[in-house]
Design a protein around this ligand. Structure first.
Ligand code: ADP
Length: 347
């Protein structure tokens, strides 16, 4: 379906999911809104505060990523049939693109518990052993798994392969690792990488995927708010292919009710390109022979991590930048984009 047909498809299609399903999948947040509202303007508070934060918990709610879904569905079906524990899974993709959500759906579909932890907070393998025990033959999710210390990773070899630690038997479990840096793991931690049985590489989201994600979130989180359907398209185009960004823009648009103002607040010039992107492109354009990453980061007043995770991926994905041993250079499209963005700004 093209984006135009999608935008104007019959309303029945948009709202066809039964309300029971919606209620089931929405998890309440602790700060309940309905009790605080009584005094002032009831309407306003009820409508403007999300009553629950929506997170997909089924395949149907996990938009796009057909390849990942297909792969996981077939493994899960096979393992359930054989009553075996699913092999370890590693999920690769940029920040905010659905790695944690996918891990939770996998556990949900297997009908097992999932224990979640971020690698930076894991000091040694003992912490993980505790989680493995707690998972009761379920899943242990490690976010940013490339950041585990070398020592911890080495201790995990026999844990992953033989379900043994220090000679003692453990319950079986599925390790689900998420990473933004698969290349680093393959290069520096090859034996660890080899112990994962299923490798999932998330794909780029299309604009129409992003529009669906924004719409679904709106319907589940702000069901009673009026919303101009054309905003979904604007949000989708400006969210850089990152679901977390689409949700941020959607929430702001529900609250502020003016998409132009929202884009301004996020310093977005056009198609998700921000003032910072423009500054980055202009700075690189000046250094004819390639510019170092540190130098760009300090020019922007950000850390090299900030530059690497927040700015560069989109510029690389769009083919505006080229990475070479001498540093970053602009492609022809990069130079053209500077002109385009300057024109839009000048209007
Ligand atoms: P990551 O773990 O990769 O940083 P998350 O799984 O936390 O990303 O996703 C960020 C947000 O985007 C969450 O609110 C999640 O529900 C939403 N999201 C991510 N991917 C999808 C998707 N494919 N369909 C619908 N919502 C998604």
């Amino acid at each position: 379906m093209g984006i135009k047909e999608w935008l104007f498809r019959p309303l029945a299609e948009v709202t066809k999911e039964p309300i029971e399903d919606i209620v089931k999948s929405v998890q309440p947040i602790t700060q309940n809104t309905s009790e605080v509202i009584e005094e002032d303007s009831k309407q306003l508070i009820i409508k403007k505060k999300p009553t629950a934060v929506f997170r997909p918990s089924t395949w149907k709610e996990y938009i796009g990523q057909e390849k990942a879904k297909d792969t996981m569905k077939s493994y899960i079906k096979a393992m359930l049939k054989r009553e075996q524990v699913l092999g370890h899974v590693i999920i690769h993709g940029p920040a905010g693109t659905g790695k944690t959500t996918l891990a939770e759906i996998i556990a949900n579909e297997l009908n097992v518990k999932i224990q979640e932890v971020i690698a930076g907070s894991v000091s040694d393998a003992y912490m993980l052993i505790e989680l493995i025990r707690k998972s009761k033959k379920g899943a242990v999710f490690i976010d940013e798994v490339h950041a585990l210390s070398r020592n911890t990773v080495e201790q995990l070899y026999t844990v992953m392969e033989d379900f043994k630690f220090n000679g003692k038997k453990l319950n079986k479990f599925t390790l689900i690792g998420a990473t933004t840096e698969l290349g680093e793991i393959i290069k520096d931690r090859r034996p660890f990488y080899d112990r994962f049985k299923i490798i999932i590489e998330l794909e780029n989201y299309t604009v129409s995927n992003m529009a669906y994600i924004a719409e679904q979130y709106k319907n589940r989180t702000f069901p009673d708010d009026d919303f101009n359907r054309e905003n979904y398209f604007a949000i989708a185009r400006n969210s850089r292919g990152i679901p977390r960004m689409a949700i941020r823009l959607l929430e702001a648009t529900v609250y502020i009710e003016d998409i132009t103002q929202v884009l301004k607040n996020f310093s977005i010039i056009q198609d998700g390109y921000t003032e910072k992107d423009l500054k980055t492109l202009q700075y690189i354009a000046k250094g004819k022979k390639g510019v170092g990453m540190q130098s760009i980061a300090s020019y922007l007043g950000t850390s090299s991590q900030g530059y690497l995770y927040e700015i560069e991926p989109y510029l690389l994905q769009k083919g505006l930048l080229v990475r070479s041993p001498r540093g970053r250079c602009l492609s022809k499209e990069g130079y053209e984009m500077i002109e385009k963005l300057r024109k839009v700004k000048g209007k």
